[in-house]
Design a protein. Structure first.
Length: 408
């Protein structure tokens, strides 16, 4: 029986989407601009990386050609002289957003049909009545922040005051999100998770996409560092995701990284938390050896977005892409005869773009199998991410919701 390994490279967009101007993102291109920076020598850093962007394994499978479909050009360094050995495509999003839940839910076959609630970019960002109720229910002396902010910057600015006062740092961004930062050693991780749960219940009626726990450690602004104990509290996804359909068909499911949080732990099966991208791909490879026939493994590699995209770190992003590419042979070597691997993304986060937010972009799709029977070549420009989920379900022999598979 067939198995599917679906891997989302968080924020690895490949060119501005047709409606990018609506989001202020026309001209954004996460992979393209990183590759251009590498080609011009602007992404060299001693001990980290140097030279052209090198993704030989992804390129061999058709990644550069997926970029061409999205933007009209193959980014420098991603050209290939031979026909791609994998199936490749790009896809535009129909959901009204450029965030993690929207992208993942649409990949899973359930686009977001209702607009998220976004908090205004002003101070205060949150309705005063909401904050009063939050502080009352959570027994808090108040909050700090109450604004749009970069997570690392606001922790540096307000972390010491948070330690003195016990007030959590609450902030938002261009996404539909309510983020709460607190120091693990003094505020307590369990306490942070508790108040995030309270905030989640208060924000459900507003249709806010996520509440995110952002724990950090350190003694002062000079060394405050966010930890891997982040937790996302997401609204429940719509009915009919590939996870729920696979579960209804009694298939084994493994959720790696933050997938379980993104889908509010609905039909997410065995949940494997990870520390970083390297740990995530290790867990994917481990799962190849243990996933039962007919099973689905769904993984998210978050460092691209959190560590490099939002922080506008072109060098780090390029190095992370190259590190992932180097692991593809390890994964391929473990595949069984009827396995299918699909690599894709959920949105963009162009590190050369203005601001620190996500960018509305096409996503890449690269697919290959364990026995070479996945037809190589182009699946063109797809009008929805949902074609990915439909392809996965067809390979598993599970009925999909009607989107078009990437190949017949």
């Amino acid at each position: 029986m067939s198995r599917v390994f679906l891997i989302v490279l968080d924020s690895v967009g490949i060119g501005s989407a047709p409606d990018a101007a609506r989001y202020g993102d026309e001209g954004s291109n996460t992979v393209g601009h990183i590759a251009e920076a590498c080609a011009s020598g602007n992404a060299d850093r001693a001990g980290i990386r140097k030279g052209m962007l090198g993704l030989p394994n992804l390129t061999r499978l058709g990644f550069g050609e997926a970029c061409r479909l999205a933007s009209g050009n193959v980014p420098p360094g991603l050209e290939v002289n031979a026909a791609p050995q994998g199936r490749f495509a790009c896809a535009a999003e129909v959901s009204a957003g450029k965030d993690t839940p929207s992208g993942h839910w649409e990949i899973a076959g359930t686009p977001v049909t209702e607009e998220w609630h976004y908090f205004p970019n002003e101070r205060p960002a949150f309705p005063p009545a909401l904050i009063r109720e939050f502080c009352s229910r959570a027994n808090l002396p108040g909050i700090l922040g109450d604004c749009h902010a970069s997570g690392t910057e606001i922790i540096a600015q307000l972390g010491e005051e948070h330690v003195r006062t016990g007030k959590p740092i609450c902030y938002t961004s261009a996404d539909s999100v309510f983020q709460i930062a607190a120091r693990e050693e003094t505020f307590g991780l369990d306490r942070l998770y508790e108040i995030c749960g309270i905030a989640r219940r208060l924000l459900d009626p507003l249709h806010v996409g996520r509440v995110i726990a952002r724990p950090f450690v350190g003694k002062s602004a000079a060394d405050f560092t966010r930890t891997s104990n982040r937790r996302d509290y997401t609204m429940p996804p719509p009915d009919g995701t590939i996870l729920s359909r696979a579960a209804s068909a009694s298939r084994a499911i493994v959720s790696i990284g933050k997938i379980a949080d993104i889908f509010a732990h609905a039909s997410t099966g065995r949940v494997i938390k990870v520390h970083d991208n390297s740990d995530a791909i290790d867990r994917v490879i481990d799962t190849v050896a243990s996933l039962p026939d007919g099973g689905l493994a769904f993984a998210n590699l978050n460092d691209f977005d959190t560590l490099y995209g939002h922080r506008r770190d072109v060098v780090g992003y390029a190095a992370a892409l190259e590190a992932f590419d180097a692991r593809i042979p390890d994964l391929t070597a473990k595949l069984q005869r009827d396995d299918l691997v699909i690599i894709t993304a959920d949105h963009g986060c162009d590190p050369t773009w203005r601001g620190t937010d996500h960018t509305r972009e096409f996503i890449p799709i690269v697919a290959w199998g364990g026995n070479g029977d996945i037809p190589a070549g182009s699946s063109g420009v797809r009008s929805t991410f949902s074609d990915i989920g439909s392809t996965a379900l067809r390979h598993l022999g599970v009925q999909s919701a009607g989107a078009m598979p990437l190949w017949e």
